[in-house]
Design a protein around this ligand. Structure first.
Ligand code: CTP
Length: 403
């Protein structure tokens, strides 16, 4: 937090007094702290209290100091590396969700493109009200970090969800914004799910991929601070938030989407189950049942990863090999032929591995032949292992046996 500029916005709730401790802690952690308050907040805690704690003047009025007028909301917005609103009232959430700027605090957040952390605190029913929940959804979708209120005694004499989290937790959330992940500043492209190859407008050739592994990798890369592009074939999963999500159907569409982003990314992790063949001439109309047998002519799909292996400049390339026999041999061959940095191989027929289950049993094969064998683990945990290795390769350090 050293020398980070944190702007705290205090809105009018009884929990405002707890934010004095938040300001104090952030200051002790090395941050420069400024406070802006709504008029209602200033009824709960005197601006002077924050002024003494932070060593900086506290702003309340939009046009407070006419003599020193310098467009206060722009100056405050420019100051901030991150903005924390605590406590955030239901009224504030409504205004922030809809871009209403009718005082200094709401105008300042509208003038800022920096990370915004919001700690709602209010009566349980107000928090649960659909209007509040809708507003929270809008803010979350916009990338605002919302801290869950704690449950317990409330100032209004009731008990339930709506308490401001403890100052130490609020400070931890602010610190986390600045914690550089191992992939901060890197762009990672992940493919997931299975491609769908049309037979006619109703039927298709597909596969058993659920998309779980790829979605878990996208989430792990996001957690490590990367900008993530997730290109997904068929999957019923909801994509993680805060990434670029591209939905595709066929291998041809997936190839186009991948090539479009390839030049701008630092790594590609190709976990999609791409169909190797497509129907040569998909029927324009539904095929009617007639003869006892039906023959479909299939043609080979482009091998996306092989193509990337030929195009690659500095990108890290990771492939998957879903095998049913001779796993290491077949996967090792793909590693070399597709010019990959490493390949994640698994026996999709083993119990606890493969399609549609939450766990996987994988081996990572590196250039040079070194193999890491992992025990059965959740796809989320395996995703973290894969992302850690990509981060190591991009950082130029080699802790893993990649030769
Ligand atoms: N892959 C790809 N394009 C294809 C087929 C596969 O990009 N048309 C990628 C997969 O996403 C995976 C890797 O290549 O990362 C290996 O896929 P896999 O299906 O195991 O191998 P194939 O090369 O298709 O070989 P085979 O099906 O004969 O085992």
């Amino acid at each position: 937090m050293l020398n980070k500029n944190i702007l705290i916005g205090v809105t009018g709730g009884i929990a405002a007094y707890k934010v004095v401790e938040v300001a104090s802690r952030l200051k002790k952690l090395g941050a420069n702290v400024r406070v802006m308050m709504t008029r209602h907040a200033a009824e709960f805690v005197a601006p002077r209290t924050f002024q003494e704690i932070t060593g900086n003047a506290v702003s309340v009025e939009m046009f407070g100091d006419a003599a020193n007028f310098h467009v206060a909301h722009i100056a405050l917005a420019d100051f901030a590396d991150a903005i924390l609103i605590a406590p955030a009232t239901a009224n504030f959430l409504g205004k922030a969700a809809h871009g209403i700027a009718d005082d200094l605090l709401t105008t300042t957040i509208l003038a800022s493109d920096k990370p915004l952390i919001v700690a709602p605190a209010m009566n349980t029913k107000m928090f649960a009200h659909p209007a509040t929940q809708d507003n929270l959804r809008i803010l979350r979708a916009r990338g605002v970090k919302i801290l869950e209120p704690a449950t317990g005694e409330l100032a209004c004499g009731t008990s339930g969800k709506g308490r401001l989290p403890e100052p130490v937790e609020i400070c931890a959330a602010v610190e986390k914004i600045f914690a550089a992940g191992t992939l901060t500043g890197k762009r990672v492209l992940v493919t997931a799910g299975g491609t769908v190859e049309a037979i006619d407008p109703v039927r298709y050739i597909g596969n058993r991929s659920s998309g779980r592994m790829g979605f878990a990798i996208a989430q792990a890369a996001l957690n490590a601070g990367a900008d993530v592009v997730l290109i997904s074939g068929k999957s019923d999963l909801a994509p993680p938030k805060n990434l670029t999500f591209v939905k595709v159907e066929s291998a041809t569409q997936m190839r186009e989407a991948v090539l479009k982003h390839f030049d701008s990314v630092d790594a590609v992790i190709m976990s999609a189950a791409v169909a190797d063949y497509r129907v040569k001439n998909p029927a324009a109309q539904k095929i009617k049942k007639s003869a006892d047998t039906l023959t479909l002519e299939l043609v080979k799909n482009p091998d996306i990863l092989r193509e990337l292996g030929g195009l690659k400049t500095s990108q890290v390339l990771v492939g998957f090999a879903a095998e049913t026999q001779n796993i290491l041999e077949y996967a090792g061959k793909k590693l070399v032929e597709k010019n990959l940095d490493f390949i994640v191989a698994n026996d999709v027929t083993a119990a606890g591995a493969g399609f549609g289950v939450a766990t996987n049993i994988a081996s990572i094969i590196w250039r040079g032949g070194n193999v890491e064998n992992f025990p059965m683990m959740s796809k989320d945990d395996l995703a973290v292992k894969i992302v850690e290795r990509v981060a190591e390769l991009l950082g130029g350090r080699k802790f893993f046996p990649s030769n």
